[in-house]
Write a protein that binds this ligand. Structure first.
Ligand code: NCD
Length: 308
């Protein structure tokens, strides 16, 4: 990896990078369980710059940094409470905060934000979501969760369902899955919010078997992983378009009952109606352990960014 280790998109990781991160995340779990904290990053300060709401991503990065002995400064609502509100460009803000910290965690409301930031930043920028673009650290933890559950990715049948057009988590996850000899990706979405063509081309180019379906009930019984996502309401221009797709592809208990015994259900969260609460009691539901894995993975990632 480059000397300044910006993390902007899933495609940049090699399989070796990923395998190393998975192993390090395992080590972080042991560390957290036995000692709680360490001091590997005690000389480092992380700047957290979020232009969109977040619960898990921001708090898990902050927790990860705290548990590694480092510190952080945080703007959780940069839209209103940073100089963005006074018309400052992203580039100027980045060149400002880079003077304070050693790494920048950026969530931006527009696609390409992380790459713009990386171009001007003298310190590593980590993409914590750029509009409907990508969310590579989410897919790291998603991949880590799948690996923990199945031991490998080989031959797995993975269903991605929901807003595949605007959902950055499914974009990053599909790019990352394409690094491994998985079995198949099933893409389930209404045609108006289906997977972008560029991503389908990428899957094809990398020899990944995929299909598109409009029936969750038809594909769920064959899936090892069902990865459900919410409709990204904030990116719909026309409320009527949103209403036209709302409530489709709910992973009801009836559908879950048709799933393989050893399959799992993941979701990046937050969820809306796409996974009813009753499904939480099903042994295949793994979205809360998935959240916890995010802490271990982000600890591993921060260490790696600093070569520790
Ligand atoms: C996701 C995000 O912000 O992209 N949440 C997360 O980071 N876990 C998913 C979403 O907002 O739907």
């Amino acid at each position: 990896m480059d000397e300044i280790f910006h993390i902007t998109e899933s495609q940049q990781f090699s399989r070796n990078d990923l395998d190393e991160l998975f192993n390090q995340a395992d080590a972080m779990e042991t560390l957290v369980k036995h000692r709680g904290v360490t001091d590997t990053l005690k000389d480092k300060v992380m700047v957290v710059l979020f232009y969109q709401p977040s619960t898990r991503t921001r708090l898990s990065f902050e927790t990860a940094m705290s548990r590694l002995g480092g510190s952080y400064v945080s703007t959780e609502n940069a839209m209103e409470f940073s100089s963005h509100a006074k018309g400052e460009s992203l580039e100027d803000t980045i060149q400002t905060v880079a003077n304070y910290g050693d790494v920048i965690i950026l969530r931006y409301h527009k696609e390409g934000g992380a790459k713009r930031a990386a171009r001007v930043s003298p310190v590593p920028v980590i993409n914590a979501g750029d509009g409907p673009g990508q969310h590579p650290t989410q897919s790291l933890l998603d991949m880590y969760t799948i690996r923990r559950e199945f031991g490998s990715f080989e031959g797995l049948n993975i269903t991605l369902v929901g807003d595949l057009k605007n959902g950055r988590t499914v974009h990053s996850l599909a790019y990352m899955l394409a690094k491994y000899p998985i079995g198949k990706i099933c893409l389930v979405a209404p045609p108006s919010i289906s997977m972008p063509q560029g991503l389908l081309d990428y899957l094809e180019k990398h020899g990944i078997d995929y299909n598109q379906s409009d029936s969750l009930a038809a594909v769920a019984p064959h899936a090892d992983v069902v990865y459900s996502t919410r409709l990204q309401k904030e990116y719909f221009d026309d409320p009527r378009e949103f209403e036209a797709v709302q409530g489709k592809y709910v992973l009801s208990q009836d559908i879950v009952d048709t799933m393989r015994e050893k399959s799992i259900i993941l979701h990046p969260l937050p969820r809306n109606e796409e996974i009813p609460y009753v499904v939480d009691h099903d042994p295949r539901a793994r979205y809360f352990p998935q959240v916890r894995n995010g802490l271990y993975m982000r600890m591993a990632l921060l260490n790696k960014v600093f070569g520790r």
